[in-house]
Design a protein around this ligand. Structure first.
Ligand code: C5P
Length: 230
């Protein structure tokens, strides 16, 4: 995918008109629009089509048996998403099935990105679900599994991006949320980095939501972030 603009804007809303107006506001300074479960479950495929013209990243974080995930990938291919997420913890067979299903879209296929450990889970929370190793070890283990199974990239926190870039080199795409411009409110993000620092650490793409969508002037907020990483 030609990388002219590393900014991905997350449009987290159930409101189609609001999402459309945000998409229009940031169209000229963002590389991709990210639509997640909140938007997709409320508006479905027709909602995605209504975000006309913008290249879309569908952040659906798929996690099921291989046959079901492959079917889900095929089901969204007509929407021409440029990126699609799944949980690496679904295992190698599930990831391989998703990648094989995506190939059916030919050169237009979406990049398959794996989420390793949700950034909302700290070491204590991981222990309660039976994962004794530190989060960074688990991220690396699942990242390696996903890449070996064919994933095109990983979604990771700003704190993991340098480690993953070092482990995998330039062969994979690293997509990094938890981004806050200098001085912006952290909201519920616990571990943040500025756009420029995340790119310097190795991010191919940064994902930014509320610092843009909650701003009085989303177009100006997105333009300022895009300029800071150009
Ligand atoms: O508003 P904010 O900039 O925090 O939005 C970040 C976006 O990235 C949200 O859509 C959120 O769901 C997503 N995300 C995240 N952390 C992850 C994976 C995805 O914040 N580990």
């Amino acid at each position: 995918m030609p990388q002219t603009n590393r900014l991905i804007v997350a449009l987290d809303t159930v409101d189609l008109d609001r999402a459309r107006s945000w998409a229009n506001a940031v169209a000229s300074c963002s590389g991709l629009i990210k639509l997640g479960l909140e938007f997709f479950l409320a508006n479905g495929a027709s909602g995605v089509r209504a975000i006309a013209g913008a290249p879309v990243f569908l952040d659906l974080k798929l996690h099921d048996i291989p046959n079901t995930v492959a079917g889900a990938v095929r089901a969204v291919l007509p929407l021409r998403p440029r990126m699609l997420t799944l949980h690496a913890s679904g295992g190698a067979a599930m990831i391989r099935a998703a990648c094989q299903a995506a190939v059916a879209a030919g050169t237009d296929r979406p990049l398959i990105l794996a989420v390793t450990v949700l950034t909302s889970l700290d070491q204590a929370a991981l222990a309660t679900i039976g994962m004794a190793s530190p989060p960074s070890e688990q991220v690396l283990r699942l990242g390696r599994l996903a890449v070996e199974a064919g994933a095109d990239g990983l979604v990771c926190s700003p704190l993991e991006v340098a480690m993953l870039r070092q482990a995998f080199g330039s062969a994979i795409q690293l997509v990094v949320p938890g981004i806050r411009p200098p001085g912006a409110a952290a909201d519920d993000q616990a571990r943040t980095m500025t756009p420029a620092d995340a790119v310097a650490a190795g991010a191919d793409w940064i994902v930014v939501g509320r610092p843009i969508t909650a701003s009085d002037d989303p177009a100006a907020a997105a333009a300022a972030i895009a300029a800071s990483i150009r």
